[in-house]
Design a protein around this ligand. Sequence first.
Ligand code: SDX
Length: 382
Amino acid sequence: MTDAPEYIPGLAGVPAARSSICLIDGSVGKLQYRGYPIEVLAERCSYEEVAYLLVFGRLPTTTQLDEFRNQMIAERGLKFRIIDLLKTLPESGEPMDALTAAVAAMGMFYKGDHISDPEFLRLSVIRLLAKVPTIVAAWDRIRKGDDPIKPSTELGHAANFLYMLEGKVPTSLAVKVFDVALILHAEHSMNASTFTARVTGSTLTDPYAVVASAIGSLAGPLHGGANEQVLSTLDGISDRSANGIRRWAEDRLARKEKVMGFGHRVYKVKDPRATILQGLATQLFAKFGSTPEYDVAVELETQMADLVGGKGIYPNVDFYSGIVYQKLGIPTDLFTPIFAISRVAGWLAHLLEQLEGNRIFRPTQIWVGEADRAFVSMDERS
Ligand code: SDX
């Protein structure tokens, strides 16, 4: 067929929606949520405020934010059967798998009339935003043989997660840093897990199944799973001199192996989120002491810029996030679940936008196989 559309691997550069949620200009490192620059939101807002902006499309008034916060606090708790489900899972299992299982099961308790019911949708949004952090923290406690810590009814979203994880009220610095990290990871236009959410949502399945599918997509090492691998990458560099780090990078690139935390489909300069996360890391060092991996990371960034900066390969959001989370005392295998805790706001914003003018996703393919083949019976096959 002469007019067959061209096949683009990974749909690179192919629009999958018309959206007003997140604007990215990867050539200059611009990132905006609903038109507001990420730097301003990170500096001036809380995660709750940004989640409201993403989902409802405007910054909340004080009254709207208080009501939203109270609704989320009221929905933080988990059904006891969800906790029982988590207790049946192997404690050595991946936290992202536990999260997928629990979120999918949540939907069994909240079967709405139909996804076209605005009240069902609104409640689902609140419940998912509020309960995903509780599931992650509960899983971490249960796998260690401890009982989950009941969510606070007083603390904010970021502080409550750290409290449920540690069992003590976090410092104001830890809360501020973690809150900014949640803001930075909340949304990023048509990334793989958000595209997954839109495809799943386009079939009119329930929001819990949509988020469970997006969590599965985020878990992959080329996407959200990279943040867990960056620290082990940095730890794996034995010669930490500038020359040693350069040789390590040259060897890796020569073997065509990806360096975790670098590169991006859209950004061809340093990810603006990486810059902000780098600043958060240094804020923590002043209080909690430096991290040896940080110096290695900064030198690796310098060497990689010299080696592959010309190809537009620079640090992405995952390169410094792990150093921040490690400094906050968060276990490495919870880094990606934390990405999910934050990104659930973006997934839900895109689900609502998809439903506004929905058409089920069903792309085509370019046939490269054989057709109309004569059947071969078993005794004739070699
Ligand atoms: C996230 O999409 C989003 O917005 C995602 C995200 C979000 O907020 O949702 O920003 C979050 O997922 C960040 C990315 C985290 N993943 C990693 O850090 C894994 C390492 N990065 C790469 O796998 C890669 O850069 C991707 C997956 C991020 C992007 O892949 P692309 O756009 O498909 O690029 P590619 O794999 O086709 O690479 C193009 C070239 C290749 O070289 P050539 O074959 O052309 O010579 O760039 C090279 C690649 O080898 N390259 C890298 C590299 N990333 C790309 N080489 C070494 N190390 C890397 N990290």
